[in-house]
Structures are given as C-alpha cells and as structure tokens.
Design a protein around this ligand. Structure first.
Ligand code: PLP
Length: 476
C-alpha cells in the first residue's frame, strides 16, 4: 500500500445516495476506518440523516430531470448550504438569527476603507472597457511592488494575475495545472473551495491533517508520505481558515523542501496575510520557495473588508524555465474569461500603497481583537469546549470535549443551534475533517454578540452532556 500512513485520499465517488452513507458507516462503528479512504461527499451525515426537513423537494414532472456534471455529487460548500437555506426560511418566518457562517465583513457592519472607495469612484468613468486578461498594468505593478517588498523573487507586473476574487484564481490555477487523476495535497480542515476546485478540475484531493492537538499545524513528514507519482501541488492556507493557525518559518521551509524534492507547485492561499493577533507573525511562502514554483494568492476581501468587489490576485514566482507553461496556461484561461471586474482593480493601488487599516482592528481595543478575546474567554469558561486560539484570520474552530462530546454530531448540533437558539454556525466536518466534534464561528460580530452566542452554545452542550450522562451505562 503506497499510502498507508495517516493521511487521507479522497477517491472519486460516482455512486450511492447523496446523503447519509457516512452516517450509516458511523452507526456501524467503523468511521475511523472510513476516514483512511475518505470519500468526499456532500453534506455527509447531514440533515437528512437526522430527519430534518431541510432539503428542497423538487417539483414533480413526467420528464426526467436534466442531468448535471456527475462529479458535482462529490462537491460540498456547506458554508452556504442546507443550513443557510434553512436559516433563510426561518428568517422569512420572522425569526431573528445571529449568522456566523460566512466571513463577510460587510454583513457585520465593516466598511471598506474610504480611500479605496474613493479610488473606485474617481475612476468609474474609466471602467467601461475590458482590461488585459491579467488586469490593469498599474494595479499589477502595485501588487508586484508589494510582493517585492516582502521578498518575493522575480515579482513583476507580468507575473501578476488579477481575478474576480481569490476564488476565481483558485479555480483557474487548478484548471491550468491538473490532468485527470492528478493529486493535490490539501489541508484538513481546508477551505472547501480548494477541495471543490480540485474535484471539478478532474483532480483528487489528498488530505494532510492539521490536528487541534498540534495547534492545527501540519506535520511535514505526513505531507511527504502522501506524495505519489500523481501529486502536482501542495496547498497551504496561511493564516488558516477555519483554524486561525499561522505557520512558522521552519515548518514552511520543510514544506518547501518537499515541493523542491518532488517538483511540485506550491499554492499559497494568503488571503488573511495581515490579519494577525497578539505577537503572531506571518511568513509569506514565496520568499522561502525561491526557485520552487509558487503561486501566492491574496486580495481585498478580508484585509480590506471588500468581499463584494471581487478583487484577488495571484503572483507567480519560481524558476521561469519551470513556470513558463503554467504561466501561459493561466494567461490563456484568463483570456477566455476576458478580464476581472474592472472597477475593483482601481482600488488595488490605494489598498497596497495606502494606510494600514487592519491593524487598528486586530490590536488591543480593536473590534476583531475584542471579539477574539470573547471567543478565547468563552471557550476557557466552558466545561464543554477546547480552543486552539486563532493566531490570525477571522475564525475560531472550537472542539467539543468531555461528556457533551459523547455521541456528539456536529451537524445535529448546528441544527439544534439554529432551530432552538437562533444561531447559525458551520459544522466542522464541512471543512473536510473526519472528526465531528468541531464547529466554526466567525470573529466578525462584536464581542458582546459572540459572548451571547457562546452562552447559547453552552446551553445546548449542557443538554448534550446531560443526555450523555443519562444514557451512560451505570457503574458497577
Ligand atoms: N481562500 C480562503 C482561505 C478564504 O477563506 C476565502 C473566502 O472566505 C477565499 C479564498 C475566497 O476569497 P475571495 O473573496 O477573494 O474570493
């Protein structure tokens, strides 16, 4: 067995019901085995399994339904999935919910900085035509200068690709790279678009674990053990969504060495690069990668709180003799979609050359800092929760422990939170982790709101603990 080590390979799933197979497997008590040959599937053990009326019933027709792409059945994006749909139903019925499912700053009262808004407004008359497929030269030069300042080798405007958010660039990069059956090493937990884009571009996700007990840091030995003749790339999300981990330089150096040895592309999702708390620092990957091909991804959605503008960039570095074909592939795919949203491109220079507007939010007294504090304090005060405090990004990924963890199911918990406590959270297994004891909250609400959320979470977990105690076999 070439891959008998603890990592995880996601085999294509082409059969079976859309919901519930993993649930049956768990009920049979062999879930850990299942994880070794983990198959990505939508909403595993999700709402159907716990008999909740969340799925939308299709209207009845005498004609067969339109067929869709088969591999979509392997794709999940529960952050906006069944639970979010149910939340909308409840809102339509007049319920007022606290929705912590999406890292969307604008939905929590954050605004993009005024000087970025002005930059777009000042140029709105110039935004009618398509731009070059890679983006406006001035914007690309601003990105290149920013990456050169942080030590990215060869950072120049023609190595920069602007996209409709990092989301589009993730898809373009994997489409440019993968042939059917090629493998991509992804973190588990991951940001699920990475898994989805790998699958929909005919690749196979192979997961390396980032365990809570290791502060959610990956183990380079495990990553190395998962490399096969089909492996094409290693994805790193740093600082991480959903865990908030920030990767230290020695760890990144070891991962670069693996990529160098096996001639892999490094895909560095650094969209949260400047969102850091306390004394935590961010080490960009490209300066360490040197000649090793590396695509560094960033954008305006998080650090600059402008998700809706759909502005992202990718900076390609590494030995030009090795990156040339990939660069041309990105250029071709970029040309096919013509260009990225033009008004947003005008904000890039202002964002990267202007004042730092994120540190006041992450420093003591700042809104994000205080909410993270509330998260840490709430988890510390709860007998049911354990937290690896986030070093960066916009999320917390607490683990349910103790009696409440017995028989715990993250989907059932998320549903109970929604139905009975008016709070929408994301079950941890939505992020492609085998363990079902985690959930994700965003740090975007104010601190008092998050404290209130954790009061409600504790109420539900206390009930779980009571149920577990009531059903535990009596001591003899
Ligand atoms: N990568 C990560 C890790 C994210 O968390 C997100 C959004 O939440 C994205 C990429 C997509 O960002 P964008 O808005 O630039 O498409």
């Amino acid at each position: 067995m070439p891959h008998a080590r603890p990592g995880v390979r996601a085999a294509p799933r082409r059969d079976g019901p859309r919901f519930g197979r993993l649930g049956r497997t768990r009920a049979a008590g062999v879930f850990p085995l299942m994880w070794r040959s983990f198959r990505v599937r939508p909403c595993t053990a999700g709402p159907d399994r716990i008999h909740f009326p969340l799925r939308i019933a299709p209207p009845v027709s005498s004609q067969p339904p339109l067929k869709t792409r088969e591999r979509l059945s392997e794709v999940r994006y529960e952050i906006r999935g069944e639970l979010a749909r149910r939340a909308r139903e409840l809102e339509a019925q007049g319920r007022s919910l606290i929705k912590l499912n999406i890292g969307n700053p604008g939905a929590f009262g954050f605004r993009a900085p005024a000087h970025l808004q002005r930059a777009i407004a000042d140029h709105i008359a110039d935004t009618d035509p398509y731009t070059h497929q890679q983006g406006l030269p001035a914007a690309r030069e601003a990105v290149a200068a920013h990456y050169a300042r942080r030590g990215t080798p060869g950072a120049a405007a023609d190595a920069v690709f602007l996209g409709n958010g990092v989301s589009e660039l993730i898809d373009l990069a994997l489409r440019a790279l993968l042939n059917p059956g090629d493998e991509v090493l992804l973190p588990s937990p991951d940001y699920p678009l990475w898994s989805a884009a790998t699958i929909l571009n005919d690749g196979r996700p192979v997961y390396y674990r980032c365990r809570a007990e290791d502060g959610f840091l990956p183990d380079p030995d495990e990553i190395a053990s998962l490399v096969s003749s089909r492996t094409r790339a290693i994805v790193l999300i740093n600082p991480n969504n959903p865990t908030g981990a920030s990767y230290p330089k020695p760890l990144l150096e070891r991962i670069v060495a693996i990529a160098a040895k096996h001639r892999l592309l490094l895909l560095a999702d650094e969209i949260y690069d400047h969102i850091l708390y306390d004394d935590h620092t961010f080490q960009p990957l490209a300066p360490l990668a040197g000649d090793v091909p590396c695509l560094s991804l960033g954008g305006l959605s998080k650090v600059h709180r402008a998700c809706g503008w759909r502005v992202g960039w990718g900076v390609l570095s590494g030995d030009p003799a090795r990156t040339g074909d990939f660069r041309h592939a990105l250029d071709l795919l970029g040309a096919l979609r013509l260009c990225a949203n033009v008004p947003g491109q005008f904000a890039i220079e202002a964002a990267l050359g202007g004042e730092d507007t994120i540190t006041p939010l992450t420093a003591p007294g700042g809104r994000l800092y205080e909410t993270r504090r509330a998260l840490i304090d709430s988890c510390a005060a709860s007998p049911h929760l354990r937290l690896a405090a986030p070093a960066g990004a916009l999320y917390g990924f607490p683990q349910v422990v103790g009696e409440a963890a017995q028989g715990f199911d993250d989907h059932r918990f998320a549903l109970e939170m929604l139905e009975h406590e008016d709070v929408l959270i994301v079950p941890g297994s939505s992020f492609n982790v085998p363990d079902r004891h985690f959930f994700r909250v965003t740090l975007l609400p104010d601190a008092d709101t998050l404290r209130e959320v954790f009061t409600r979470i504790d109420r539900v977990l206390a009930r779980s603990a009571q149920r577990a105690a009531a059903t535990a076999p009596a001591a003899v």
